[in-house]
Design a protein around this ligand. Structure first.
Ligand code: MG
Length: 315
């Protein structure tokens, strides 16, 4: 994820709206009103609404209050309590004005109310405002998780992603691999060429790592100064070591001059890989510590190389 994509984005972002109502006629009216401007999804009951919200990640849910089984309030509470859906903007659509209901709705986290029969102009305006707010806050959230210099994810994002990947792999009994990377002799580089060139080098290296690690659910983050970290779910040690070697080779192929490197004419990088099939009750820091030890060994054995190991259960 790069900052430029958000700011200059080639395609303008089209908001996604989920319409939830047990009466088909109400969905039809809203669909007709909104389909030209937004991507529209529909659900006929509360359970479907929750499933669809997880699947399509709408920006706004237009939520009928009176529905059989799960009513709109229940659905709203559910969406707001799930980290996967908590950011969605909920607008209640209610049959008539009822102050107590509106109070309850806002307390549950709704952003607005619309009353049936809907007024098309008011409804469109309210939705347009809420979409704008939602997309702006998405943008801010995304920027807050990016490294300003290199454009890859930052450490905070890594700290959010690792526990999620850990749980996911624990559930599926799949291996989880991380790669810790450190540019070799980067202090020499800065001392030789200056910090501006150092920044340019960091950006080029980050971009190259991001290009090499290209499955959508993998993460590349800047871990510290000249350190980067990759999180590769559903990846075993052989696969992770292969990716790490590709990264190491790709950095050499950038041919960024580094005349004071004791080992090469060009910038190189070292990698430590660690893999585990996670258990729920294990702390995830063991994975980072193991990768760090492997990175240290890779440095010790001459740099510009990959070392990796499995995390043993009894460590
Ligand atoms: Mg209804």
């Amino acid at each position: 994820m790069f900052i430029d994509e958000y700011i200059s984005g080639a395609e303008p972002v089209r908001g996604k709206i989920l319409l939830v109502d047990d009466q088909v006629v109400n969905i039809k009216i809203l669909h007709q009103l909104l389909q030209a401007d937004y991507d529209i999804y529909m659900a006929r009951d509360g359970h479907q609404a929750i499933d669809m919200s997880k699947k399509v990640k709408p920006d706004i849910v237009l939520l009928d209050i009176e529905m059989p089984m799960l009513n709109g309030f229940d659905v709203c509470a559910h969406l707001k309590n799930d980290p996967e859906t908590e950011d969605v903007a909920v607008i209640f659509v209610s049959g008539h004005f009822d102050e107590d209901k509106e109070v309850k709705g806002f307390q549950l986290g709704a952003v607005d109310f619309i009353h049936k029969p809907i007024n098309p102009v008011i409804t469109k305006a309210r939705i347009k405002n809420q979409i704008k707010l939602k997309l702006n806050s998405d943008l801010l959230r995304a920027i807050a998780l990016l490294d300003g210099l290199t454009g890859v994810a930052n450490r905070r994002k890594f700290e959010q992603v690792l526990p999620v990947s850990w749980l996911q792999c624990a559930r599926e009994k799949q291996p989880l691999t991380i790669i810790l990377l450190d540019i070799d002799f980067f202090k020499h580089f800065n001392d030789t060429y200056g910090h501006t060139e150092g920044d340019i080098c960091l950006r080029a290296v980050a971009q190259k790592i991001q290009d090499t690690v290209n499955r959508p659910y993998d993460l590349v983050a800047r871990f510290g100064g000249e350190e980067f970290i990759c999180v590769l779910p559903n990846t075993d040690l052989i696969g992770g070591t292969y990716v790490a070697q590709q990264i190491v080779d790709s950095i050499v192929s950038l041919k960024i001059a580094h005349k004071n490197s004791p080992i090469s004419d060009f910038v190189t990088i070292s990698a430590g890989v660690s893999t585990i099939v996670p258990m729920f009750d294990m702390p995830n820091k063991i994975l980072v510590e193991t990768a760090d030890k492997q990175l240290y060994l890779a440095k010790d054995r001459g740099r510009n190389r990959v070392l990796g190991c499995l995390v043993e259960e009894n460590t």
